[in-house]
Ligand binder design. Structure first.
Ligand code: ATP
Ligand code: MG
Ligand code: MG
Ligand code: MG
Length: 467
């Protein structure tokens, strides 16, 4: 049997429904009423208040397939797209939850049952990690489920700070969090990368597919933790990563849905090589940007809208790189709706609106893209190792090149980018504008750092205190 993504979604929900879970629809990419979070980055976001005990549901077990976005803010994977086999900006997360009902045992046993007996993954290719001192989870894996101890890895605080560990999951800098146990699949020795916990883990051989989080705490702004009213379970499995395994391919970008989107991107750009990285970026970004428009996020110069603009413009630049000099990106909306409209009916309803929003942004950016690229090419022509901040700022300010778009080009060419100089140029422009009494400024210029403390792209996208 080959599982399509549609089969995988249905199988997941049916399995958890059979275990007493209420199936809940995907929520918006824009978290409802939550100023701490830029986008819905996991399935638990719509249940945040249930974990905290301030909201109640008529059920204690739930399951969903949630549309997620990891671009901007915490859990930002924008820079990984095109570089790893497993990261998207937009992806679908299969999840199941216990709100003060079952805990570690059922969670891990059901995960194992679903993977090995229903999806029929080979058990000898699966690994698990647990939080360093979580003996309970370790024993469930080794003694009850029977995973050999060589394939169960304890992972601790690997980044110095108390809870900064891959096995301590946090939705954001504050809010529900807890130790977790992750399940990995070994794609085989042909692919570079080491097992979980090893120094080579960052490769794509051992790919994390499912995270079982044992929600126990509410992280406070000062970094201390308060216990939740009841221990809960929050799991998340990447649909595309599971599909890659079940469809016998290595990369997420080779699964059914991406294969079709990449062919559509090839059709629109004229690119022949279907393995071209830019096609992958375009296929990823059409999903992210179309779903964002559908959920009400239009390109703009601040906050969520600025992330949207950055993603669209990145996709357009990749099309341009493939030789496309006129709007093309919006034409992929129809393909996307065919592929995902049944699972997300709102996409169908919104098709016209999505197409016209993307088209307008394309038309706008194509006016300055060519000349901006010429400036960039000239600046990088004479063997320059670092793109000067002044140039990056001019591109941003006059030609509508978000900083991360210039950085993307520099990265492809193995050149650095002077972000500190960029911040300084922005500060200078602000000061001049102030002096000239021009108070009405582009909100994208609301850069909050000083020239020598530029701390990344986040400042460019912040409105409220969103991470
Ligand atoms: P990774 O370490 O590979 O970046 P993660 O630990 O950040 O993944 P979690 O926050 O644990 O991921 O999310 C739960 C699951 O969602 C992951 O196990 C993975 O299957 C999936 N997932 C996470 N990020 C992405 C992404 N950017 N694209 C596709 N799937 C993802
Ligand atoms: Mg990650
Ligand atoms: Mg991880
Ligand atoms: Mg994880």
């Amino acid at each position: 049997v080959t599982f399509t993504v549609a089969d995988i979604r249905k199988t997941f929900l049916d399995f958890f429904a059979s275990k007493g879970h209420t199936v809940v629809p995907s929520s918006s990419l824009v978290p409802g009423n939550d100023p701490t979070l830029m986008f819905t980055n996991s399935g638990m976001v719509q249940f945040k208040d249930v974990f905290l005990g301030t909201d109640k549901r008529p059920y204690v077990r739930a399951a969903s397939v949630q549309a997620c976005l990891r671009a901007g803010g915490k859990h930002n994977d924008l820079e990984n797209v095109g570089y790893t086999a497993r990261h998207h900006t937009f992806f679908e997360m299969l999840g199941n939850w216990s709100f003060g009902d079952y805990f570690k045992r059922e969670s891990l046993q059901w995960a194992w049952e679903l993977l090995t007996e229903v999806y029929k993954l080979p058990a000898d290719k699966l690994w698990a990690t647990v939080y360093i001192d979580d003996d309970e989870a370790y024993d469930i894996w080794t003694k009850e489920i029977g995973l050999p101890p060589e394939r169960v890895v304890r992972i601790g605080d690997n980044k110095g700070a108390k809870y900064a560990s891959d096995n301590f999951w946090m939705m954001a800098d504050t809010g529900p969090c807890g130790p977790c146990s992750e399940i990995f699949y070994d794609h085989g020795p042909e692919i570079a990368g080491g097992p979980p916990g090893s120094p080579e883990q960052d490769g794509d051989r051992y790919i994390e597919i499912w995270n079982n989080v044992f929600m126990q705490f509410d992280m406070q702004p000062d970094g201390s933790v308060k216990p939740l009213p009841a221990p809960c379970v929050d799991t998340g499995m990447g649909l595309e990563r599971l599909a890659a395994i079940l469809q016998h391919v290595h990369s997420n970008y080779e699964i059914d849905i991406f294969d079709a989107l990449i062919k559509a991107a090839a059709r629109e750009t004229g690119e022949q090589d279907l393995g071209n990285k830019s096609l992958r970026v375009i296929a990823d970004h059409i999903r992210a940007t179309a779903f964002l428009v559908s959920d009400g996020v239009n390109p703009s110069n601040e906050g969520r809208g600025y992330v949207q603009r950055r993603i669209i413009r990145r996709a357009i630049r990749h099309g341009y790189k493939l030789g496309k000099k006129t709007p093309f990106f919006h034409k992929l909306v129809a393909d996307l709706v065919k592929l995902m409209g049944d699972a997300y009916p709102k996409l169908k309803t919104d098709e016209q609106r999505i197409t016209s929003v993307l088209k307008a942004e394309e038309e706008r950016f194509f006016e300055t893209l060519e000349i901006g690229m010429q400036i960039l090419d000239t600046a990088l022509a004479d063997g320059t190792q670092v793109l000067p901040g002044e140039v990056a700022f001019k591109l941003h300010d006059t030609y509508g090149f978000p900083l991360d778009l210039s950085a993307d080009v520099c990265r492809e060419r193995g050149v650095g980018i002077d972000e500190v100089g960029f911040g300084a140029a922005m500060d200078k422009q602000r000061a001049q504008a102030r002096a000239a009494g021009k108070f009405k400024m582009d909100r994208a210029l609301e850069y909050t750092g000083s020239g020598n403390t530029f701390t990344g792209y986040e400042h460019l996208e912040e409105t409220a205190k969103i991470v």
